[in-house]
Design a protein around this ligand. Structure first.
Ligand SMILES: Nc1ncnc2c1ncn2[C@@H]1O[C@H](COP(=O)(O)OP(=O)(O)OP(=O)(O)O)[C@@H](O)[C@H]1O
Ligand SMILES: [Mg+2]
Length: 491
């Protein structure tokens, strides 16, 4: 292993700037270089030297081909890019050449998927493969040689390589920066501060156990610290009115549209946590950019969480728990419960290939729609489909089918979507739409709604803003009065 890290260090331990100055980064220095904030995954095959000693060269070649093929497939499925292989150590990067908003999460999910997939590789020889994964995030120099091949330089790839030496077999460990970016999206074991060769300061290290069960992007983002809702009073009132009508049996659907970060999830949270009605049930379906090809992934995640299925359970155990939940708790007919459990109990750790058996999916969608409508007869139900721009087509079909059943059911269906996904919601054309625009109040800390900014906020007596915005309102108000006076015809 140390030879592999040395191979990286040969090119990476030296500060990027001085390397770039003296042009020592091979052909990369002669061509293109850029500094990027990237997440680097270092995947190492355990006991590779023992395997090399035990196997024929042909068998070894077959083993390496199977191993590197699996690593490449998994890394690419999560949107990563393999920059180099050093023997059986593979270096992959997330954030280059394609940038995603959730690159750190993708890297960690890819790492976790590798710890599950590599041991499943079946070879003619009776060997079981294992890996250790180290993941680090930081500023990294990306070099491209004249052939356009990318390589990484700087401390981050070396940190990832050093971290993997601390990982127990078939586990993932991450550095502090990666941990910070992941927020509350995963469950960790704290490995404390660890001395790492080549690094002056001990590094804080975490082992990632699994994604937070039932977690959403919003929950991961706020990490349990929720600042008060700023502005959005009118939008919240519309949501509350819709919920009020729905729980009285006049079901309806509502689409909240807005650019990323505009506060769609914050608004839903303001209604749903807690709902004014104690007896109500919330069914939260979270779409993910990684699982747009996995039919009904948001539904499967929700039901598995409700059924208490653990992230590391065997397929048999997942199936048993889900069938029991759907049959006994959700009171589905036994044949339907068995059918749904078989379809929804698969482990969705890696993105699926998107193939869907149409008839079966239709039957499943019908079972699930009936289930939500039946639930609502006992308790008013809020169904939230978060991030519909990433929804798989079957989940959208299901939501449209539910929308058609709402009229006399105590169900409020709320769908959040970014503007680029609105077109996929054509089937919800009858839904009320709440469009979230940038609000001067939300952006500045003023508690007045943006539409009333001029009319209300600038009347000092009615202004509810914090002091500094009050001062600004006063100035605006005085300026407007001056200009109105100057426009007034003189007598
Ligand atoms: N009106 C608001 N008051 C207080 N905090 C807000 C408000 N709007 C947004 N935020 C905060 O801004 C961040 C982004 O908001 P949120 O996650 O709701 O955006 P979003 O529109 O759902 O984005 P995405 O499309 O990425 O899901 C969150 O931390 C949220 O708490
Ligand atoms: Mg959101």
């Amino acid at each position: 292993m140390s030879a592999k890290i040395a191979a990286m260090s040969d090119r990476g331990d030296e500060p990027a700037a001085s390397r770039a100055r003296r042009g020592a980064v091979g052909t990369a220095a002669a061509s293109e270089q850029e500094r990027r904030y990237l997440t680097v995954v270092f995947c190492d095959l355990v006991d590779s030297t023992v395997l090399a000693g035990d196997l024929d060269p042909e068998d070894l070649e077959e083993l390496y081909a199977a191993y590197t093929g699996t690593v490449r497939r998994v890394i690419e499925a999560f949107g990563g890019f393999i920059t180099r292989t050093i023997g059986d150590g593979v270096v992959a990067v997330f954030g280059h050449p394609t940038v995603h908003e959730d690159d750190a999460e993708r890297a960690v999910r890819a790492g976790l998927a590798l710890t599950a997939e590599v041991p499943r590789i079946r070879l003619a020889q009776d060997v079981r493969l294992s890996v250790r994964i180290g993941i680090a995030t930081g500023l990294t120099l990306v070099g491209r040689d004249q052939a356009g091949v990318s390589d990484l330089f700087g401390a981050t790839p070396n940190l990832a390589a050093r971290l993997q030496t601390l990982a127990p077999i078939n586990t993932v460990v991450v550095c502090a920066s990666t941990h910070d970016l992941l927020g509350g999206g995963f469950i960790y074991e704290d490995f404390g501060h660890q001395a790492l060769k080549g690094f002056k300061e001990p590094a804080q290290v975490w082992r990632v156990l699994h994604p937070t069960p039932g977690g959403s992007r919003f929950a991961a983002r706020i990490r349990g610290r929720l600042p008060p809702l700023v502005g959005r009073e009118a939008a919240l009132q519309r949501l509350q009115a819709a919920w009020d009508a729905a729980r009285r049996g006049r079901g309806r659907s509502l689409v909240i549209a807005g650019e990323p970060g505009m506060g769609k999830s914050r608004l839903v949270h303001a209604l749903a946590d807690p709902l004014p009605d104690d007896s109500a049930r919330v069914v939260q379906l979270n779409c993910s950019p990684l699982f747009g090809g996995s039919a009904l992934h948001p539904v499967a995640e929700h039901l598995q969480f409700a059924a208490g299925v653990g992230k590391e359970e065997t397929p048999e155990e997942r199936h048993r728990k889900l069938a029991a939940y759907l049959g006994e708790v959700a009171t589905l007919d036994p044949a339907d419960a068995e059918f749904a459990a078989r379809r929804l109990g698969q482990n969705a750790a890696a993105p699926a290939d998107g193939r869907v058996d149409g008839d079966a999916m239709q039957r499943l969608a019908a079972i699930l729609t009936d289930l939500v409508v039946a639930w609502s007869r006992h308790r008013p139900t809020l169904v939230v489909l978060e991030d519909a721009h990433w929804a798989d087509p079957t989940t959208l079909d299901l939501v449209e089918a539910l929308d058609r059943r709402l009229t006399d059911a105590p169900i409020l269906l709320i769908v959040t979507v970014r503007p680029d996904g609105l077109a996929t919601l054509a089937g919800l054309a009858g839904a009320e739409q709440v469009r979230l625009e940038p609000s001067s109040s939300a952006a500045t800390g003023c508690r007045c709604s943006s539409r009333s900014w001029r009319r209300t906020c600038c009347r000092p007596a009615r202004c509810r803003c914090p002091a500094r915005w009050k001062a600004r309102c006063w100035r605006g108000s005085a300026a407007r009065s001056r200009s109105a006076r100057s426009r007034r015809p003189r007598r």
